[in-house]
Design a protein around this ligand. Structure first.
Ligand code: PRP
Length: 176
């Protein structure tokens, strides 16, 4: 693997500020209605943990793991579920939580899938909206930070499974 270094992009303080803001917006929009929060593994786990701690309504948490077919790091748009929900969705108010939306193909596919499950409502929350490579216009209801591009790690995001545990967000800069 090529040498690389991590360049600081979004500090823990900035992350906390944005998570607070998002939680306030969600609390305001949903009143006291119970919410089923669906985290997309693996990346969303840290954001989901921070966000749900700040939610005021009764919350249930479940997870799905999605894998996209295709080569390398590019999303192909063909997705399969490798770990599915365990809680029922029908009639529930659902908040889907993602760490990052890039091309949008993963979330577009999952939204289509969710439509068959008859939720009362579905809203989308992504901590990072990386918009420059967007191919599918997914309707994001709540966005933490918008960035045009960059290979980001930390706060759940990985590079070859490393750096997910960092509390801040960094950009991978390849050397040489
Ligand atoms: C990342 C991220 C989204 C998806 C976004 O997951 O968590 O699910 O890619 O990409 P897209 O908008 O281009 O479809 P990844 O497949 O890297 O898995 P991970 O969360 O387990 O790291």
């Amino acid at each position: 693997m090529k040498d690389y270094r991590l360049v600081a992009r979004i500090s823990e303080a900035e992350i906390a500020e944005q998570v607070d803001r998002l939680a306030q917006e969600i609390n305001r929009d949903h009143g006291g209605e119970p919410l089923l929060v669906i985290g997309i593994l693996k990346g969303a786990w840290m954001f989901l943990a921070d966000l749900t701690r700040r939610l005021a309504m009764p919350v249930e948490v479940d997870f799905v793991r999605l894998a996209s077919y295709g080569l390398g790091s590019e999303t192909s748009g063909e997705v399969r579920i490798t770990k599915d929900l365990e809680l029922p969705v029908r009639g529930r108010h659902v908040l889907v939580v993602e760490d990052i939306v890039d091309t949008g193909l993963t979330l577009e596919w999952y939204l289509r899938h969710l439509k068959h499950l008859d939720a009362a409502s579905v809203k989308l929350c992504a901590f990072i909206d990386k918009y420059e490579r967007r191919e599918a216009e997914v309707p994001l209801d709540y966005v933490g930070i918008r960035v045009p591009e960059g290979f980001l790690v930390g706060y759940g995001l990985d590079f070859a499974e490393k750096h997910r545990n960092l509390g801040a967000i960094y950009e991978v800069e390849f050397l040489g």
